[in-house]
Design a protein. Structure first.
Length: 540
């Protein structure tokens, strides 16, 4: 179903359809949709998650109140009942989401358009807001937006048509009554868009595809056995007339056709999830190499300079620099009108960037205590991830046992994926510590290429007994471990060595010196203490 149609329906009835969830990164396709949104909603209020309640909803003006000696109230951006456009919706806090939901439900704002730029599945706009938006789109380009001439006449929708929408929602596992209300509003808006006073088949189909497809939680099973279970005695010559009498005369579409239409409109990500497939891994380029951080960062005070292709002018800082000299400059240039700005006044904007952090857990999964150590390490990883969303941290897990190490959990911020990956990790065998450090060095190098800032937490009891070639030679294993430790030290990465042995090991203290790492003996550490130790040592 076209994105243009969704926008036209929203313009036809913004209050009834709630809004639009636009999930896309910057690009030509997204720009085309935003251009059409600006045309359809010229008076929309643009807001962002950093705004406070006073800016959004109005409140007392302290300066004006003190000056006038009476309460003076200001009007917020959302005081006029207009459509609201929320930029960076994936960073919207739960408090702001609750206020916007309240404003939508009370009619204080007509609709909300969520501009979601999330890069990962768990980085998205709040569900409470997306549930109130009838439509979701992820534009890929190549679509033309044409103006429509909607009708203002009321549109009738039969009870049988509503019943069919109810059945369709139930078969796709949609149990939110709000979705049904939005589908009814979309069907009426579609009929009104094409100047019909009664909904027809295509109106129901368009509404179901636009509202139900991205909300589906299951794929309906085929009902092929139903005709075989029916008794032959029920098949009488009058049966076709009975079937015709049970279906609505207005807006009638066979239920199976409606189900198939929704199936055809299922987005690829939802279709793969419902079918039990795993989405393909997306290529990760080395875009982080070209800059210090992989986000814009927090704005800093402007600095003197000239704008160019990489730096933009800081208007307010430039005006502040020029303002004190206006009296003197007008004396030398009495014929000049307006503000006199010199090149020396120009300031450019600058930002303080921070790369996302990656905590790499290297866990010794060998020996008799492997299961207990693994269990606590898994708990520490999950605790760090649960607390890492606000800091935008990632977590990876390297395990070493037997004759080699492996990357058990690639860098991720998904707590669900982490729990699934960690549930079946094996333990026992030898201690290939050198192999573990080798894998860690590779992960560190890849992380830096992707713009991440890595740190390493090594959990082991220190008894390395397997060399890099897989042989059980303790002397060679120690030499390989020292050599890989020197490689890691040269990479200048923060490291914390967590000694999980019953008694502190001198070998691990010496290894910490070679790594230039913090040495933390934690003989009886649980997952929470491990998490706190890593946080205080590496992340603060």
């Amino acid at each position: 179903m076209s994105d243009a149609l969704a926008l036209q329906l929203l313009a036809q009835n913004p209050r009834g359809l709630g809004g639009l969830h636009l999930r896309a990164r910057h690009g030509p396709a997204r720009d085309a949709v935003l251009h059409e949104i600006a045309r359809l909603f010229p008076g929309a209020a643009r807001i962002h998650p950093a705004m406070n309640d006073g800016q959004l909803f109005g409140g007392p003006d302290i300066a004006a109140t003190l000056s006038a000696g009476r309460l003076v109230l200001t009007r917020g951006l959302l005081s006029d009942g207009a459509v609201c456009i929320l930029s960076m919706a994936e960073r919207c806090s739960s408090a702001l989401a609750a206020r916007l939901c309240q404003a939508l439900d009370s009619g204080q704002i007509s609709a909300v358009i969520l501009l979601d730029e999330g890069a990962e599945p768990d980085e998205a706009a709040p569900r409470s807001l997306t549930n109130r938006c009838a439509f979701r789109m992820s534009p890929v380009g190549g679509e033309d937006f044409e103006p429509a001439l909607p009708s203002e006449d009321p549109v009738a929708l039969s009870e049988n048509a509503i019943a069919m929408l109810v059945v369709a929602a139930a078969r796709f596992g949609i149990d939110d009554l709000r979705a049904l209300i939005l589908a009814v509003a979309a069907a009426r808006a579609h009929a009104s868009l094409f100047r019909r006073d009664v909904t027809e088949n295509e109106d129901l189909q368009a509404a179901a595809e636009l509202v139900f497809a991205h909300r589906a939680t299951q794929i309906p099973a085929d009902e092929d056995d139903t005709p075989e279970e029916e008794s032959p005695d029920d098949e009488t010559p009058d049966q076709p007339e009975d079937d015709a009498s049970t279906e609505p005369q207005t807006g009638n579409i066979p239920q199976d056709m409606l189900i198939e239409a929704i199936k055809a409109a299922l987005p690829d990500d939802i279709l793969q999830a419902l079918a039990g497939g795993q989405s393909g891994s997306r290529g990760q380029g080395s875009t982080g190499q070209a800059r210090k951080g992989n986000r814009r960062g927090r704005p800093l005070p402007g600095r003197k300079g000239r704008p160019n292709g990489q730096a933009r002018i800081d208007l307010m800082a430039t005006l502040r620099a020029a303002a004190p000299w206006q009296t003197i400059r007008r004396r030398s240039r009495p014929d000049h009108q307006g503000l006199i700005v010199l090149v020396s006044d120009l300031h450019v904007r600058q930002f303080k960037e921070h790369s996302d952090r990656l905590v790499i857990f290297a866990v010794d999964a060998s020996g008799s205590a492997a299961m207990a150590r693994l269990a606590e390490a898994k708990g520490a990883v999950e605790l760090l991830l649960a607390e890492a969303y606000a800091r935008r941290d990632h977590v990876a897990l390297v395990t070493f046992r037997g004759t080699r190490a492996e990357l058990s959990l690639p860098p991720t911020r998904s707590l669900v994926q982490t729990k699934r990956r960690l549930s079946g990790l094996p333990g026992g065998g030898g201690t290939p510590l050198a192999s573990g450090l080798q894998i860690v060095a590779r992960v560190v190098a890849q992380a830096r290429m992707q713009g991440l800032n890595p740190a390493v937490a090594l959990l082991t009891d220190g008894r390395a007994n397997v060399a890099l070639d897989g042989t059980g030679n303790r002397a060679m294993a120690q030499e390989d471990t020292d050599r890989m430790a020197a490689v890691l030290r040269a990479m200048n990465v923060p490291i914390a060595v967590l000694d999980t042995a019953v008694r502190p090991q001198k070998a691990l203290a010496k290894l910490s010196e070679v790594l230039a790492a913090s040495y933390l003996p934690l003989p009886a550490a649980d997952s929470r203490r491990m998490s706190q130790a890593v946080t205080s040592t590496l992340l603060e």
